[in-house]
Design a protein around this ligand. Structure first.
Ligand code: DON
Length: 560
């Protein structure tokens, strides 16, 4: 009887749940991977700035306080939804230099040259961050460029006290950074590593930010900063020219939209694969009663993995820069296509990835990127993911300018059939071409309920980003978890190739894993943690802003 009554009630978890509770604030909230950056955003909001003003200031502050992924020398995607209903994606993904070509990273024999696309000057794509932030501010912000740059300039000039997390991160990057004298000098203090609690000042970066304040964002692409970047390229054999910088443009794109169990989903289109894959998986999974299966049960994980496998196989086959190849976005995100895929899932057996398409299993690895989310008092929302690709990118710091450059060229297909540093297989749609954008997995996403913003989120983690965002959405919508718990819950990942399930330490019980093995699933040898979600919900009943930072890393939501 009791069971029947409970089943009839709307699904509501108890308020105090395992995994913690979100931070609450009445007006505005910033969730980012560094408390100082979150505070910078809130300061801007309190001074009357909107979510976009705050987002630009947070992005610039992260470039100072979180140099592994926060950046001036990288790129990303900003998903904006204004309170009046306008929604937009600012695509500031990096671009291949004009001199790049399909065989840039293969030798005469046609073999991929180790590290060529991941370390050093030749791995660097034309940075988009400054152009993207400037475009977002110009179209949707209210404050001046100088005003949103100032907090970052101050942090670089006056220095920040290094957290344990950041000091350890710098030490862990020593092997990469010590290969480049300027990086070694700035980030490793010439081998006398920074310790937690020490003041980390970045005078060259402060100077670069001062130039940006004084001359505006084009300075990065046409001024002294551009000249220094190109001098660095010339000294180290990189490909980027002044012309590449001068002609770089951030692009405004239409968000992808769908619904999932009545909730509206807004997410990013190509050249990220994230939105397409997320929608494909949501459509497949909508046909099952996930809640009835039980969170992280064998049946649930089986279905997740089968959806992931299919979406990632399509990613590998079809996706690339839409400005260069025709991408079947409509087909991949159609419900009828998802129905067809759903019918190929066998509840009792794992579908071997090789049966979906030919391919090879290879190593899997993840590094660094960062996501932050901002909600202001008006209800404007920004979800922004940006990156240098690997932790500290290519390892190259622009001499005299104090910022690191990305290794985003590795997100292209160096050679079809050979996986990149994330073990991702990709097709010709993502081959290197001059001025093309490499395929991304970044997935900043906003969920609406009854036409009103409900929650927004995103994560780093290379290919795991997409599956991380998927699982947090399911945790909220299907399982009714509070936002913090939804973010904390153990996650799984499958990316078609290699044909194996990545899981987190203590994330799945042995029984569950045995049950999945019996259906033919294979697990990675060593579990590892994935993602660093930064999410904000607008509580439907109260309008309160609820912030959630992933316990896997060091972030903190700050609200007011
Ligand atoms: O755009 C992409 O998909 C990758 N460059 C993201 C890299 C990443 O997330 C590394 N993170 N942990």
């Amino acid at each position: 009887m009791l069971v029947m009554i409970l089943a009839a009630l709307p699904y509501k978890p108890s308020a105090a749940t395992w995994g913690g509770r979100p931070v609450r604030a009445r007006q505005g909230m910033v969730a980012s991977t560094h408390e100082i950056a979150s505070r910078v955003g809130v300061e801007i909001l309190q001074r009357g700035g909107n979510a976009v003003d705050a987002a630009v200031a947070v992005a610039l502050a992260l470039a100072v306080v979180h140099p592994a992924a926060g950046n001036l020398g990288g790129g990303g995607f900003m998903l904006i939804r204004m309170a009046d209903g306008r929604a937009s994606v600012i695509d500031y993904r990096e671009m291949a230099p004009a001199r790049a070509h399909r065989d840039l990273y293969v030798d005469e024999k046609g073999d991929v040259i180790p590290e060529a696309s991941t370390v050093g000057h030749r791995a660097v794509a034309v940075p988009g961050t400054v152009a993207g932030l400037a475009l977002a501010l110009e179209k949707y912000g209210t404050m001046s460029w100088a005003d949103v740059c100032r907090p970052a300039e101050r942090l670089a000039r006056e220095g920040v006290v290094l957290t344990h997390f950041e000091a350890e991160s710098l030490k862990r990057a020593a092997r990469l950074l010590e290969r480049f004298p300027e990086s070694r000098r700035i980030f490793l203090r010439d081998g006398r590593y920074y310790q937690e609690g020490e003041l980390f000042r970045q005078p060259e970066l402060a100077e670069t930010l001062r130039r940006l304040i004084e001359h505006g964002p084009r300075e990065f692409y046409e001024g002294e900063t551009a000249r220094r970047l190109v001098a660095e390229m010339e000294a180290g054999g990189g490909l980027i020219t002044l012309d590449d910088l001068r002609t770089y443009r951030a692009i405004e794109r239409e968000p992808l939209r769908t619904t999932y169990r009545g909730y509206e989903i807004l997410t990013v289109p190509p050249p990220s694969s994230g939105g397409v894959a997320l929608i494909e998986m949501l459509h497949i999974l909508e046909g099952f009663d996930l809640r009835a299966l039980g969170h992280n049960s064998a049946d649930y994980v089986h279905l997740l993995v089968e959806a992931m496998r299919r979406a990632f196989a399509d990613r590998a086959r079809f996706l690339g820069d839409p400005d260069f190849a025709r991408i079947p976005v409509k087909g991949l995100t159609s419900r009828r296509y998802a129905e067809a895929l759903r019918r190929t899932i066998d509840m009792k057996r794992a579908t071997p990835s090789a049966a979906l398409a030919p391919g090879d299993a290879f190593a899997y690895e993840s590094e660094h990127t960062t996501h932050f989310t901002v909600v202001d008092a008006m209800g404007n929302i920004v979800a922004n993911t940006y990156t240098l690709n690997g932790s500290y990118g290519s390892g190259v710091t622009v001499r005299g300018a104090g910022f690191l450059l990305n290794n985003e060229m590795d997100d292209f297909t160096s050679k079809p059939g050979v996986p990149n540093m994330f073990g991702l297989m990709q097709s010709e749609a993502n081959q290197i071409e001059p001025r093309k954008r490499p395929l991304s997995a970044m997935t900043p996403t906003i969920v609406l309920k009854d036409g009103k913003p409900y929650f927004a989120l995103g994560s780093p983690g290379g290919p795991t980003i997409i599956n991380t965002v998927l699982q947090v959405i399911l945790n909220v919508i299907d399982f009714g978890m509070n936002l913090q718990q939804a973010v904390a819950m153990p996650r799984v990942h499958h990316q078609w190739m290699p044909d194996q399930i990545v899981y987190e330490p203590f994330g799945l019980s042995r029984d569950t894993m045995e049950a999945l093995r019996a259906r033919g699933h294979v697990f990675v040898e060593r579990p590892r943690s994935m993602g660093d979600v930064q999410a904000i919900m607008i509580e439907p009943e109260t309008g309160m802003r609820l912030g959630a930072s992933d316990p896997r890393m060091d972030g903190r939501p700050v609200g007011y």
